[in-house]
Design a protein around this ligand. Structure first.
Ligand SMILES: [Zn+2]
Length: 426
């Protein structure tokens, strides 16, 4: 049986424990010194703090190649003049190099599960699996109200579902990812809902990111994006709605009644200056599930969930006061809530859960003193404290080092320069 024993590890709430992992799940968590098992896979945890791996519920991973492009343009010009032309030139080698760089960045910054929406995702399934990270991959479904394009996107979406089905590790699962109400036809959205039902996949969609999106939806459909998606039957407990910045009270009630899960992306929202912030307090008062995401590295510009946790706390407190949110709640959003929203039983250091965890260097200055580890994790430390990443009981990063790191970075640099020069290696 595949076992891993982590001895004498510091827990977030104090005390030291032994943690035994068997067959990819936590099987024993006991006071330090109490787990007596002979296994050759042992990590001495005396110098580390254990916490659940972080879950990034909204990203466009391969956009790492577009990091730092057009930073100071407003959203529409940024997309039209910079992002879309480059995306149109992207070939599979660019996507793969960008995806590998993203996986590397996420592993190094403590993410163990991510929810992705981008292009050519089916070709990325083996590569993401090889990185050892857990992921939900969905082909960005944009039909632009064109029947021909819709047909193409249907085929590509099904291809991702088939590619994930042949992935034997079980770490990679598909989603159905209609981009948004403003880029996908009603017919396309209906097809996405049916497909998700048939395969039991989550639906990953952008909702109400900007005020303009809401205004246009009211002009075109007579209702807000949330109301429109509700009316056409898309919403449900398997839906991850990214952004959800511009919501009405009615939208929030719909989110609650349909048990839609929200992916809050504070850094991207502020960087793109989307005009408002997530209505954290009303959503929390209603009991809507809130999870955290980074968005793509072109609008963040990193995939670092430690930064996202801190910004989440600060942004809410700036708007609603210090009592609106505390470190523990933020950490829960970034871990257990994210996992559950993606139908994955991890995000918690508890017997029976998936063994997705990270170990932080407790001697890093930002984690000293340990008056309150959870406060340190959210407000003080950075991802540079992450020393180990263990996913499904497998050690993916050891002493800060990930397999093939140099090669991945060199490939990404080369792919980005090919893409930007328009040369594409031809
Ligand atoms: Zn997005």
């Amino acid at each position: 049986m595949a076992q891993l024993l982590i001895k004498n590890i510091h827990m977030m709430d104090g005390g030291r424990k032994d943690i035994l992992i068997e067959e990819g799940r936590f099987s024993q968590i006991e006071e330090a010194g109490k787990v007596r098992i002979e296994t050759d896979r042992v990590i001495e945890g005396r110098e580390h703090i254990v916490m659940p791996g972080l879950c990034n519920t909204h990203t466009h991973a391969a956009m790492t190649l577009l990091r730092g492009i057009g930073d100071d343009l407003e959203l529409k010009r940024w997309l039209k003049e910079k992002i879309w032309p480059l995306e149109a030139r992207m070939k599979i080698e660019h996507i793969k190099a960008g995806m590998e760089l993203a996986c590397l960045e996420m592993i190094k910054t403590g993410t163990t599960l991510f929810n992705d929406m981008y292009f050519m995702e089916s070709d990325c399934v083996p590569l993401v699996d090889r990185m050892g990270i857990r992921a939900i991959l969905g082909e960005g479904f944009i039909d632009a109200f064109d029947e021909h394009l819709e047909k193409e996107k249907r085929a590509e979406t099904e291809k991702v579902i088939n590619a994930c089905a042949s992935c034997s590790s079980g770490r990679i699962r598909p989603s159905v990812a209609p981009h948004s109400a403003y880029t996908v036809s009603e017919d396309g959205l209906g097809w996405c809902r049916d497909l998700a039902d048939r395969h039991g996949c989550p639906i990953h969609i952008h909702i109400s990111e900007t005020g303009k999106e809401v205004k246009d939806c009211i002009r075109d459909h007579g209702s807000t994006p949330t109301r429109y998606l509700e009316d056409i039957g898309l919403l449900g407990p398997d839906v991850i709605g990214a952004h959800c910045v511009h919501l009405t009270d009615e939208d929030i009630s719909i989110m609650k009644s349909r048990e839609v899960k929200i992916s809050h992306n504070p850094i991207s929202n502020m960087k793109l200056s989307v005009g408002d912030i997530l209505p954290m307090r009303p959503l929390m008062e209603k009991g809507v599930t809130i999870t955290l995401g980074t968005d793509g590295a072109a609008s963040n510009n990193s995939l670092d969930m430690f930064q996202t946790m801190k910004f989440t706390a600060l942004l809410s407190r700036q708007r609603y006061g210090v009592s609106s949110i505390g470190a523990k709640r933020v950490l829960e959003m970034a871990t257990r809530a994210g996992y559950l929203s993606l139908g994955s039983d991890g995000g918690e250091i508890k017997v029976g859960r998936l063994a997705d965890l990270i170990l932080l260097d407790r001697n890093h200055h930002s984690l000293v003193p340990d008056n309150d580890n959870i406060s340190n994790i959210v407000y003080s430390c950075s991802s540079s404290t992450v020393g180990y990443s263990i996913i499904g009981g497998e050690i993916i990063m050891e002493d800060g080092v990930v397999n093939r790191e140099r090669e991945i970075i060199q490939n990404a640099r080369k792919a980005a320069s090919d893409l930007l020069s328009g040369d594409e290696g031809s």
